[in-house]
Design a protein around this ligand. Sequence first.
Ligand SMILES: Cc1cc2nc3c(=O)[nH]c(=O)nc-3n(C[C@H](O)[C@H](O)[C@H](O)COP(=O)(O)OP(=O)(O)OC[C@H]3O[C@@H](n4cnc5c(N)ncnc54)[C@H](O)[C@@H]3O)c2cc1C
Length: 240
Amino acid sequence: MRQGLYNVISNESVARGVYRLRLEGSTRALARAGQFADIRIDGVYLRRPFSVADWDDEGFVILYKVVGEGTRALAGARPGHSLDVILGLGNGFDETISRAPLLIGGGVGAPPLYALAKRFIGIGIKPVALLGFASRCDIILADELRALDCRVMVTLESEGERVTDRLDEASADRDRFYACGPEGMLRAVKRQCGLPGQLSLETRMACGVGLCRGCTCMTLTGGKRVCVEGPVFDKEALAW
Ligand SMILES: Cc1cc2nc3c(=O)[nH]c(=O)nc-3n(C[C@H](O)[C@H](O)[C@H](O)COP(=O)(O)OP(=O)(O)OC[C@H]3O[C@@H](n4cnc5c(N)ncnc54)[C@H](O)[C@@H]3O)c2cc1C
């Protein structure tokens, strides 16, 4: 984990209410896709956590949806501003345990799956991605995943379809799933998908570094802090 100032390189709208923020600074603290950044936002109490969507030696990218005061203020960050960030938090996904991964994303749960897809592609494995959004203007990362050479399936609630409607089709010939999205979607995927899998929880959190225990979730071996022992949990471990 590393705390430091990161320079805003760009912060652009990419879908309805969703922004892509690129920050410049050390990424040595990042080891795995699925880890997150906790960002201090001027005038807002408590940092806000966001999954890292992509990174290189110069910096990293998050995609975030404007839902409240913190993300509204973040959307105003301009190149030349700097942000205080704690980077490299959480455990992240394990890409060494699958040869035929299925990535399942709901809305702004998709960003960490882009970083994960890049890791798989880097070791010669092509994932299948199943992404669900409310409507066409909410779609993010589908084209970018196709550009990586992933097979991408998109479901739109506005057209009466959810990711769970295409889960059986998407899981055929896959050996493991990796999912991130709203808790309702994750619970449905856990119930319905016969594959083993890992789920990244986006539980609201306060301190982000394991001290306050405000983000504890129940597992079969007791309460675990989503910010430290998570946000990624094995399907079998969650007491859902
Ligand atoms: C590990 C982790 C990774 C995340 N990654 C991303 C990401 O990549 N992109 C992204 O857009 N968001 C992500 N989130 C959610 C993001 O942190 C919240 O949307 C953000 O903190 C909201 O801040 P705010 O001040 O704008 O909203 P607030 O004013 O704090 O809240 C506004 C509304 O959003 C709801 N809300 C706030 N946080 C959450 C949450 N975590 N889950 C569900 N509802 C919430 C509140 O209940 C309220 O109704 C992630 C959360 C976690 C814990």
